[in-house]
Ligand binder design. Structure first.
Ligand SMILES: [Zn+2]
Length: 166
């Protein structure tokens, strides 16, 4: 069954090993890197094939275009949808199913102060992500919601607020 976009905080596919808890007997679940997420997504405008590696610095969704040192992934379809819609470049957004090839950590841009406890299940890694498939039947945000998000990002850029990337 295709995952559905039920909003920003809904994990599309909970990890079956730990039932989405991220831990088994109080030990971090190895199957999902302790995240409780079975499938990770990466939203982009790049055209990729299964087996391709997405390297840190491959694309940066916003900021001054400085070399990103991380690559981002998420367990929620909503966050991946934003990534696809807001990515630099022309053409349609794409959402790929990816697997990390190294350790992952919570994305500080979307955790802590803004959203306590990482409810959008957003992570980043210094190691490449391997593309295992593409999600083709996702739905974008409504045009007015997308415009509001882009306006907000423009405002942050004017105010000199950059994505945290260190
Ligand atoms: Zn797990």
């Amino acid at each position: 069954m295709a995952p559905t976009n039920d909003g920003p905080f809904v994990v599309s596919e909970p990890c079956p090993s730990c039932q989405g808890q991220g831990a088994i007997d109080e030990q971090p679940c190895a199957a999902c890197h302790g995240t409780g997420v079975q499938r990770f997504y990466h939203g982009t405008k790049a055209d990729l094939e299964p087996g391709d590696l997405i390297e840190p610095g491959y694309s940066s969704n916003f900021g001054k275009g400085k070399q990103a040192t991380y690559v981002y992934l998420t367990g929620t379809l909503d966050a991946a949808t934003w990534g696809a819609e807001l990515a630099f470049g022309e053409g349609p957004g794409r959402i790929y199913v990816v697997e990390p090839t190294g350790p992952i950590a919570d994305d500080p841009n979307l955790t802590d102060r803004k959203f306590p406890g990482n409810p959008t299940r957003s992570y980043r890694s210094r190691e490449p992500l391997r593309v295992t498939g593409e999600l083709t039947d996702w739905q974008g945000h409504p045009p007015e919601q997308l415009k509001a998000m882009k306006d907000n990002l423009q405002r942050l850029k004017r105010e000199g607020v950059e994505a945290i990337d260190d």
